[in-house]
Structures are given as structure tokens and as C-alpha cells.
Ligand binder design. Structure first.
Ligand code: CUK
Ligand code: CUA
Length: 662
């Protein structure tokens, strides 16, 4: 229940003072108002609002023209995109197309095709992704606002987004594997982007009968080397590690004391292979049959050294360290986890790893110092593949009972941790009882905030950094049920903003944001002033794919159409409110290379460019130059036009492409 731990009087006083200072005028609909305070009370009464509602409104309301303090980058699940959302207003700022073509941004409709093509697998065009976990680039364990990475669970791919223009620059795929989940997570200086696999598969996309699961199937984790100079993943310096065919799940990178290590939970140590139709136990029962699964501890620093010393083998052109090599070199250790674990979250100081348990009411907290001691002491057990197993007693710090279905944990600046409780539909706040957190409280549950409904991930302001901000938490709920007007049987997900600024049991839901598009699995929230996005492209003629001036860019006065046999080159500029040239005359059978440069320098002076039938639509932002190619296959007259309402004479910003029959 909502606690009335703030007073209406102070709120109304505050509002009255704000009205005095900022000249806020009460809405005209209230006709019986005697003074300002009566207005507020009337509106409250009229709309049936409580004191808590008013506090929530004041905490989130962001007047027109006022900027948000934070930006949340949320995955858009099977929509294959990323959302940028301002906080605390929860205003949607931008959709960033990543794995899926998107016509507003002209992504995949004449531009961006070469980036989408990087995500093709074995020549097969894949034009969607299931984005799960976005990761902001970090410097010294703090978000630096430069890059954003995101994984595609369905096809095992990772994308790089440049936060100077919020556009996708690269898509990579490890050809040794075809799915992922524990990605993306960065190391504290973004040397590597971690992409953990999920469902066991034969390596390299080969066929192997499921009956040979234990011998022929593997798990996988990929370490993508990021080059800040080029702003791209360097495939030649990236490598992977073969893992046992347990289903590796969520991963996290160590930081501070645990820097150089990576931790992943897993949930099919049973190696169940399903086949309910053959009388086998179904997956949902089979993968939870055993009492424990395995936390994976990976020594990335040592793995890098093994890779650099030539210890990896080639799988479909990608370097993979075989499991035997990892065991021999001491790169991989396991420790038991309670049943059906989920989530793996490293505390801000890097000293503990928190694992949820979908079928266990506890979170289990592992101590990094104890892990190191247990490894030094020499593990006595091995798993079925010979991987050393550390005993739970030797590495566990403690367990905290939170409620039903604990999944993911994030952190604040007060020494609290927050764990999503999927089955309880609640967020548990609990105290980290260790030095540097809240030793005065010990390890214990503080309160549970009900959310609507069935929360998956949580995201906290600067929450995955070495110094979280606290203040705001977002619950990324899978179900919204009764929260919004009905949109038919398909409902949005519900992102709920929660105030976590006060200690103890004082937490409050502030705002519900329906997310349509697809399921946002995870989000990261960065202080807005760390983002240094360009207002317009730095120079006229800019090619966002290379982030340099394109030699093909067109300057005003040099436009024109040239022909070399069947090859036609169109050189065009766009400026309010015309395109030059306006007549483009070509013939069936021509191969057309068409460059359009937006020569505007005014902020937001974006021009669109559409050619009907030919499936072309571009977004040409101020300074941008785009070159696209197509075959003139069909005769006719095609009215091309600007698709962004850019001026009073926007409708006149058009031209004719006339394609003569052969
Ligand atoms: S997973 Cu745990 S709720 Cu893909 Cu991060 Cu979605
Ligand atoms: Cu340019 Cu409309």
C-alpha cells in the first residue's frame, strides 16, 4: 500500500510557491476556485486523486521545454530495436532501429542496408532481432555516454550504436553459435563486450542428433573486443570460450576487486533434452529436476592470454577456446546455485555476485574473496566434463529470503539492493549487510513494493556502475492486464517508475509507461548530461556509416545526372523547400546510383525522401549525405517527395522520376 509519509500541506505550499515564481496558472476548467490552493483541492476531488498521486505528479511532471535528468535506454525485445526514454518524465525520446528495418529512420529502405547485411548469417538475410540487454560503454566502471551495445537473443548477434547520433553502426555474429542471452555486458573500461550464449547447440551451426546432446552440444560465451578509436568491434581480436552444454543465462562483468572476471548463471545442469511427444519429461520439468545448477566463474584476463598465445581453435572462421583448454588453463570454475537460477548481478564494489532463483524464495550472495580463496585452496569436485566445482559453503556469503520468483538485482547509493519478484509481482528492497553498504542493517529484506504485474528486470539510475545514483528505479513489467485502456487482446508492457530516494520502507510508484512495440527486457539509465549527442552532423556531406565527410557528397550548384552506358548517377541536394534536380529521367534497365545531400545547417531541418513503388524511404538529417542504388526495373512516372513536414512549402518539395520503357 502507498504510505502517506509526506504531507499534502507542504505539497500545496510548494505548488503555491512554484506558482508565484514560475507564474503557473491554474487551468480554466476550475470555475469555483477562490484561490490557488482551492484549485488544487478541486482538481484532486474532481479527478479522485490522493495525496500520494499528487506527490507522484510533482516528482515526475516536466514542463514543456524542460529537459529530463536521465535517459533510459530500454531494449524493445522482439521488435529488434532500442528505446530512449527521458526520466523522470517517462517521455519517449527516440526509437533506435537496430536489427529491424524502420522506415521513419530510412533504415533498410535505401540506407543502412549495409549495416543490416552485416547481420546476415551464411548469406541468409535476417531482418529482425530479439533485443534483450542494452549496455552503455564504461570508463573506470562509470557510464561514459559514448556507445551503446545490445544483443539479439534469437540469432546470437551484437550491435554497436554510436550515441553521437543514436544510430546503429555495426552488427556482428559469432559463426560458432546461433543464440545468446547473457549479453551485452561490458568490462569496466569497455575492452570487451560480453555475449553469453543460452541454449546448448552443436558448434558452428552443425547438425547433431539431440540424443548425443552431452557429447555433441556445447555452451558458449563470446568476448567481443571493442576498439574505441574506430568505434567498432574488432573481429580479429575477439574470441569465444566453449562451455559445458548447460544453458548459460545471464552474465555480468566483475568490477573493482573482481575486474577481469565474468560471472554467468545457468539453468540446465541436468542437460535435459525435452521431447514431451516421445514420452520424455518436458523441458519445463526436465531442466529443474536437479537440486542445483551452476554459477560459472570465468577468468577473462587469463582467457585473453590463452587466446593471444594461440590457445583457441578455428570454428567457422572464429577463434574458440575449447573446453579442455579452459579446464587445463584454469579459466573456468563452477559453483552450485539453488534451483532454477536467474540473473547474475555484481555489486557496485565488485565484491559480491547476487543470483536469483525462479523457484527459490532466496537470493544467494556469493563472495568474490571466498571464490578466490576456494580456487587457491584447490577445488575437490569436478562436473561431468571435468570442470572444477567449488563447494557452495566455500563461496557463499549468505542468502536473503525475499519472496516468490526472485530474478534480477540492481543497486542504489544507500547500500540497498532491489530484486524483482516475478511471481509476487513486487520489487524487494533489501540491505547489503557488508562493510561499505549497510552493515548497520545486516542482510535483510526491508520492504516490497507491489508492481503491475510480473516484473522481469529492474533498472536503476546509473545502476550498473561502480557508483549508482539511487533516486529512481524502473520496474520492467511483463504484464499490464488492467492498467491501461484496452487495445484488444495484445496489450503493452508496463514500465513503472519508482521513487527510491528515501530510506527504509518509503518507496513509491510514480508513473506507468505503457511500452508498445515489444517486450523491453532490460534497460540502463544514464545521467543525461553525460550524453554529448550532435545537434546536426558536424559537416555538410556527412556519412553516418563512416562518421566522415563522404567523397560522393553533393554541394549546391554541382547537382546533376550523368550517364555511363547503363549506369546512371544522380547527384541531388535537399534544402527547404526543394530538391535539385526535380526531373530525373532514366530508362528501364538502368542501374541507378543516387546521392542526396541535405545541405541544411539548422537544427531539426530533416528531409525525408521517398520513391513510391521502388521501396525507397530515407531520413536525411541536417548535413547528412546518403547514397543508394537500385535497378530501374519498371517503367512509369514516380513522384518522389520529402516525407518530413519541413516547411510551409513541404508538399511542393517533390519531383518526378520518369522511367522510359526499353
Ligand atoms: S531475461 Cu530475465 S526477465 Cu532475457 Cu534478462 Cu527477460
Ligand atoms: Cu523537406 Cu519536407
Amino acid at each position: 500500500m502507498i504510505k502517506h509519509w509526506f504531507s499534502l500541506k507542504s505539497l500545496v505550499m510548494g505548488a503555491a510557491i512554484a506558482a508565484l515564481i514560475f507564474g503557473v496558472v491554474a487551468p480554466k476548467v476550475i470555475t469555483n476556485a477562490q484561490d490557488g490552493s482551492t484549485d488544487w483541492q478541486s482538481i484532486m476531488a474532481q479527478r479522485g486523486l490522493t495525496e500520494a498521486d499528487l506527490r507522484a505528479a510533482v516528482m515526475t511532471y516536466t514542463p514543456s521545454g524542460v529537459m529530463d535528468e536521465y535517459v533510459m535506454f530500454a531494449s524493445a525485445g522482439q521488435g529488434g530495436q532500442v528505446l530512449a526514454i527521458g526520466m523522470p518524465s517517462m517521455r519517449l525520446l527516440r526509437l533506435i532501429s537496430v536489427f529491424t528495418p524502420e522506415s521513419w529512420q530510412g533504415y533498410g529502405y535505401g540506407a543502412g542496408n549495409e549495416i543490416l547485411d552485416q547481420g546476415n548469417i551464411d548469406g541468409k538475410e535476417i531482418r529482425w532481432g530479439d533485443t534483450h540487454h542494452p549496455a552503455l560503454s564504461e570508463t573506470n566502471g562509470e557510464y561514459d555516454g559514448q556507445w551503446l551495445f545490445i544483443g539479439d537473443k534469437a540469432n546470437g548477434r551484437v550491435a554497436v550504436i554510436d550515441l553521437r547520433d543514436f544510430e546503429t553502426k555495426q552488427i556482428v555474429h559469432n559463426p560458432a553459435f546461433l543464440n545468446d542471452h547473457g549479453g551485452t555486458f561490458v568490462t569496466p573500461n569497455t575492452e570487451y563486450i560480453v555475449e553469453g550464449g543460452q541454449y546448448g547447440l552443436p558448434l558452428g551451426g552443425d547438425y547433431a542428433p539431440i540424443e548425443n546432446y552431452k557429447d555433441a552440444y556445447s555452451g558458449m560465451i563470446t568476448f567481443w573486443k571493442f576498439d574505441r578509436e574506430t568505434g567498432r568491434i574488432d573481429m580479429s581480436k575477439s574470441f569465444a570460450m566453449e562451455l559445458p552444454p548447460y544453458w548459460q543465462d545471464l552474465c555480468d562483468s566483475g568490477k573493482s576487486v573482481s575486474e577481469g572476471w565474468v560471472f554467468c548463471n545457468s539453468f540446465n545442469a541436468e542437460m535435459a533434452t525435452g521431447g514431451i511427444e516421445k514420452g520424455n519429461p518436458p523441458f519445463e520439468a526436465g531442466v529443474s529436476r536437479g537440486a542445483v545448477d551452476y554459477l560459472h566463474m570465468i577468468n577473462l584476463k587469463a582467457a585473453e592470454a590463452v587466446f593471444q598465445a594461440g590457445g583457441a581453435v578455428d570454428v567457422k572462421g572464429f577463434k574458440v577456446i575449447p573446453l579442455e583448454k579452459s579446464i587445463e588453463a584454469g579459466l573456468l570454475y563452477l559453483a552450485p546455485e539453488p534451483r532454477s537460477p536467474h540473473g547474475a548481478d555484481v555489486t557496485p564494489k565488485g565484491d559480491f555476485i547476487v543470483i536469483g532463483g525462479k523457484l527459490d524464495p532466496h537470493v544467494t550472495i556469493y563472495s568474490f574473496a571466498k571464490m578466490m580463496a576456494a580456487i587457491a585452496a584447490g577445488p575437490t569436485e569436478k562436473d561431468a566434463f571435468g570442470v572444477p566445482v567449488l563447494s557452495l559453503e566455500s563461496v557463499m556469503e549468505t542468502q536473503v529470503e525475499l519472496g516468490l520468483g526472485p530474478l534480477h538485482t540492481v543497486f542504489d547509493d544507500q547500500g540497498y539492493a532491489y530484486t524483482s519478484l516475478f511471481l509476487d509481482s513486487a520489487v524487494a528492497r533489501w540491505s547489503i549487510g557488508a562493510e561499505g553498504y549497510r552493515p548497520q542493517d545486516g542482510w535483510k529484506l526491508i520492504n516490497k513494493t507491489p508492481v503491475q504485474y510480473n516484473v522481469g528486470h529492474l533498472a536503476a539510475a546509473e545502476g550498473d556502475t561502480a557508483t549508482p545514483d539511487g533516486r529512481f528505479l524502473v520496474a520492467l513489467n511483463k504484464w499490464s492486464v488492467d492498467r491501461f485502456l484496452s487495445t484488444g487482446p495484445l496489450l503493452p508492457q508496463n514500465l513503472q517508475l519508482i521513487d527510491i530516494s528515501q530510506p527504509g520502507d518509503k518507496t513509491q510508484i510514480l508513473y506507468d509507461l505503457p511500452i508498445t512495440g515489444a517486450e523491453p527486457h532490460y534497460a540502463q539509465i544514464i545521467k543525461a548530461d553525460k550524453l554529448k549527442a550532435w545537434e546536426v552532423y558536424p559537416e555538410v556531406g556527412w556519412n553516418p556509416a563512416t562518421q566522415t565527410v563522404d567523397p560522393r557528397a553533393v554541394t549546391q550548384g554541382t547537382e546533376g545526372i550523368t550517364r555511363d552506358g547503363k549506369n546512371v548517377t544522380v547527384r541531388m541536394t535537399a534544402v527547404r523547400s526543394h530538391m535539385t534536380p526535380e526531373h530525373v529521367e532514366i530508362q528501364v534497365g538502368d542501374h541507378v546510383t543516387w546521392t542526396i545531400t541535405n545541405v541544411e545547417r539548422a537544427r531539426d531541418a530533416t528531409h525525408g525522401f521517398a520513391i513510391p513503388f521502388y521501396n525507397i524511404n530515407l531520413s536525411i538529417e541536417p548535413g547528412e549525405s546518403i547514397t543508394f542504388e537500385f535497378e530501374a526495373t519498371h517503367a512509369g512516372v514516380f513522384s518522389f517527395y520529402c516525407t518530413e513536414f519541413c516547411s510551409a512549402l513541404h508538399l511542393e518539395m517533390m519531383g518526378y522520376m520518369m522511367v522510359k520503357p526499353e
